[in-house]
Ligand binder design. Sequence first.
Ligand SMILES: Nc1ncnc2c1ncn2[C@@H]1O[C@H](COP(=O)(O)OP(=O)(O)OP(=O)(O)O)[C@@H](O)[C@H]1O
Ligand SMILES: [Mg+2]
Length: 416
Amino acid sequence: MSKSLLFYEKEDYYDYKLSKNLDGFSIISISKLINNIDSININDYENEIIDISVITEYKNIQSITEQLLDQIPDTQLFICDVSKKETVEYELRFIFETFENIDKTSYEKLNSSKNKDPNNNTPLKLHKKVTDLHDDQLTQFFIDFNKNLYGHSKFKDDFEEQVRIFQVFNKLGENKILSLFLMGESGVGKTEVARTIFNCLKGEKKFAKINFGNYSSEFSLSSLIGASRGYRDSEDGEIFMKVRDSDVGVLLIDEFEKSNATLFNYFLNVLETGILESSLGEQIDLNGFIIIFTSNITKEDFKKRISPELRSRFDYKCIFTLLSDEEKRKYIEFRANSIGKKVLSEYEVDLTDQIKKHLVNEIKVSNFKNMRDINKKIKKEFIRYLGNNISIRKNTNIGEKAPLGFPDKILNFFKS
Ligand SMILES: Nc1ncnc2c1ncn2[C@@H]1O[C@H](COP(=O)(O)OP(=O)(O)OP(=O)(O)O)[C@@H](O)[C@H]1O
Ligand SMILES: [Mg+2]
């Protein structure tokens, strides 16, 4: 065996990658091979350089690497992040014969910098953040936020206070990220908080949301922060893709308690430094971001499941309680207005008041805890209302202006 492993320094990674790309090579993560361990075709990797940095995330480093590399010719190029040197040199001492640093003079240095997005070389200033809002914009932001999120008045007051403190201390360089931990029953608006912030900051792309329920296995860190585990065939982890695909400085981590200690520790570091770092050494600066963690756990479980270090790292923790009946009614009115508006613009018929009256009368709000269930009921009742009032179109003015096919067309519109 005469395989050799070359170490790169993180800051040189993108220069190295680019120069190799120009030579016709691409770099892939070893996790891609691990995922296909039973169907490796060595010819597929002729023009690939295999980055093994992520191997340290796996439990059986030796056996997994051995099993893999046995199938691959010695001429294959292998590289690794130098920060993993100690572990890798020890664990893989029988697999690689030589360990060396990449010769920096062998490739051209470009002016990549860690504040740039390595994929398109534009500075990552693309996210709209609360820290960038002027006073009057911030005031408007809270007016919109408070209007669109129903109930939770204590949270709203606290949130405003937290954001205002965050703005000041972020400017002073003390607070990189505002982290909120929201607990409470299903369907009371925890995720809605992040969505509302996104909308109020006028997000046009997607809002960045990760569900930690999908990240409970031992390989979860590599899925999240690097190496290809099927997320759009990319070597990047899901979290990088999601943050890059968004235009607002908000990141939602759902079902936080479902993941494991490795991920908790990773996030401990993110909250501390404000930097997301991939296993390939890419960094995204989250300075000014709001990160919202949500969970269905109870207050007691929160203490059991989340370590004290992490607990103390959240800037704000809150338990969302059920909405009051009055708040639920207001929500129904709001939904009736928005349905009414859609119908008006699509069919030039104004049904808003009738729909509102019907929904408020027919939906007994005290029977519902979860707002998702209220939403379903609203749709059902709306369809029922239209069904029962088909005759109206003949003898009242509701249907007169309606185009042919109303209300069947509307029925279909809302069934979709
Ligand atoms: N307080 C609220 N204000 C406005 N809309 C709400 C509120 N609570 C719930 N909703 C509506 O109900 C739906 C479900 O709410 P959301 O997704 O925020 O629940 P959740 O608390 O995150 O629940 P889960 O724990 O199941 O994820 C949302 O899409 C939203 O339309
Ligand atoms: Mg949710």
